[in-house]
Design a binder for this molecule. Structure first.
Ligand SMILES: *[C@@H]1O[C@H](CO)[C@@H](O)[C@H](O)[C@H]1NC(C)=O
Ligand SMILES: *[C@@H]1O[C@H](CO)[C@@H](O)[C@H](O)[C@H]1NC(C)=O
Length: 133
């Protein structure tokens, strides 16, 4: 599997498939594209390498007609998805929360989570730190 994905490229590809006349990568807002808002991690969140954490998102606006059930979570840095944190999972059945293990990355304060469902959604920057012994 290819782990390095340019999220901007994916976003434009998705915008293209959803609406071929649109050239921008602006957020999609059609009824059958569900773009769940990431509610954790958010600004101020600190993840410790090697621990289990939950990625959570809002389930308020799941379209009534359902969505394709494939979800996938990536860790991103500088808006590039760098590491896959999950296998493909059922986004609807997950019901707004998915547990991941914080990968062994260089500690920094500009990591982001990308949640892919029907559309890709990137969360705010948060911090990953090394475990203290
Ligand atoms: C993650 O969610 C599960 C299930 O709701 C919960 O049992 C667990 O305590 C949560 N973990 C953290 C780190 O919040
Ligand atoms: C989804 O999560 C909400 C909030 O945690 C809970 O109230 C609800 O029962 C859950 N629904 C399902 C189908 O598990």
């Amino acid at each position: 599997m290819k782990l390095t994905i340019t999220t901007a490229l994916l976003a434009s590809a998705m915008a293209f498939f959803a609406s071929p006349n649109e050239v921008s990568a602006a957020p999609l807002s059609t009824l059958d594209v569900w773009d769940p808002t990431i509610t954790s991690p958010v600004t101020g969140t600190v993840w410790v390498i090697g621990t289990e954490v939950n990625v959570t998102w809002s389930t308020d606006n799941i379209p009534p007609d359902g969505v394709s059930n494939g979800g996938h979570i990536y860790l991103a840095k500088e808006e590039d998805a760098i590491i896959s944190l999950s296998s493909n999972f059922d986004l609807v059945a997950a019901n707004g929360s998915f547990t991941v293990t914080v990968p062994d990355v260089v500690p920094d304060n500009d990591y982001q989570i990308v949640l892919f469902g029907d559309s890709g959604n990137i969360g705010p920057s948060f911090t990953i730190v090394a475990p203290t012994s």
